[in-house]
Write a protein that binds this ligand. Structure first.
Ligand SMILES: Nc1ncnc2c1ncn2[C@@H]1O[C@H](COP(=O)(O)OP(=O)(O)OP(=O)(O)O)[C@@H](O)[C@H]1O
Ligand SMILES: [Mg+2]
Length: 303
């Protein structure tokens, strides 16, 4: 599904008030059906080993769409190329070949730092400590992004900080806290609030709930589901946890060794997979009563 499509107002705005305003102002603009279109992405890393230099194809001819307002999950075993694909979409990594079209605009290579940050795509990672400065209070961390990317006065910024915190279920007190004083779930909520402060059209969540306890994970997932309903934002949701993927995503793409091997609705892909590889992934999920097989032979170091 590609190209410009004229659609009815409801579908076109997908709940995005700025888009609705744009449509009111300009009459009848053409709006792309897909917020993200990825075509033929390929990324090779140079590897250095005992045998000398080599090349490893991390992402190999990957193409997919994210329909506006939807959630596409990317699943696949460790090393299958999920994060590399996400980083290319976010502009944090450059592809060897292929294109990334976001909201109708094809991203031009490696932008400036500021240009990249201002893209309509933001990314939330597994470890919010990585994206939060431990010496900066939460309110200041959000305010900093608002100052850099929006023309707002001090009072407006303060109001927006509180609004964003409320959107992720945190109260005013949180603004004065340092990240180290917050729980893992609260820190991840702050990371989501910071990402939302940039008003992205696409939010990439890379194992964003994987490190959280099950009950906290459920709360953050519900929050993400609510935010999507309220704002019409689109998600690219990367996870190894198929139960979580079932809960949040409309569509699901499966990666294996850098290639996208299967894609469809989440119910189709995880309910009646076409590919043997997908079946193996589903069968690998521990169920009640499942006991891990013990490793035999010499113990590996570092595990
Ligand atoms: N900067 C890099 N330099 C060299 N190789 C890399 C680099 N980044 C990723 N790779 C390699 O590319 C492949 C894909 O990695 P990637 O991180 O995209 O996988 P993933 O599906 O996200 O895995 P995981 O589930 O463990 O997060 C792996 O073999 C990885 O070792
Ligand atoms: Mg990864």
């Amino acid at each position: 599904m590609t190209g410009d499509t004229r659609m009815t107002d409801d579908i076109r705005t997908a709940g995005d008030p700025r888009l609705a305003e744009e449509i009111r102002m300009t009459g009848d603009p053409v709006v792309t059906a897909n917020i993200l279109e990825v075509r033929g992405l390929r990324k090779t890393f140079v590897t250095r080993g005992a045998a000398g230099h080599g090349e490893h194809v991390a992402v190999d001819d990957v193409s997919f769409d994210v329909p506006r307002g939807s959630c596409l999950a990317i699943v696949g075993e460790s090393g299958s190329g999920k994060t590399t694909t996400a980083r290319i979409v976010a502009g944090l990594e450059t592809a060897d070949t292929g294109t990334v079209t976001i909201d109708g605009e094809t991203a031009a290579g490696r932008g400036s730092r500021r240009g990249r940050a201002a893209r309509p795509v933001q990314m939330v990672f597994q470890d919010p400590f990585g994206s939060l400065d431990p010496r900066q209070r939460v309110g200041a961390a959000i305010d900093e992004l608002l100052r850099l990317h929006h023309r707002l006065g001090r009072a407006e910024r303060r109001a927006r900080v509180l609004e964003l915190l409320a959107q992720v279920g945190l109260d005013e007190r949180c603004a004065g806290e340092f990240p180290g004083n917050l729980s893992g779930g609260q820190r991840q909520r702050v990371a989501i609030a910071r990402a939302l402060s940039m008003e992205p059209k696409l939010l990439i969540l890379d194992e964003a709930v994987s490190a959280l306890d099950v009950s906290v994970q459920a709360q953050v997932l519900n929050l993400l589901i609510d935010i999507r309903r309220q704002t019409g934002i689109s998600y690219l949701f990367i996870s190894h946890d198929l139960a979580v993927v079932r809960q949040i995503s409309d569509r699901c793409a499966v990666m294996c060794d850098g290639r996208l091997v299967e894609e469809g609705t989440t119910a189709e892909v995880l309910g009646s997979p076409r590919e043997e590889y997908t079946r193996t992934l589903i069968d690998a999920v521990p169920r009640p009563g499942w006991t891990p097989r013990r490793r035999t032979g010499p113990a590996e170091s570092g595990e």
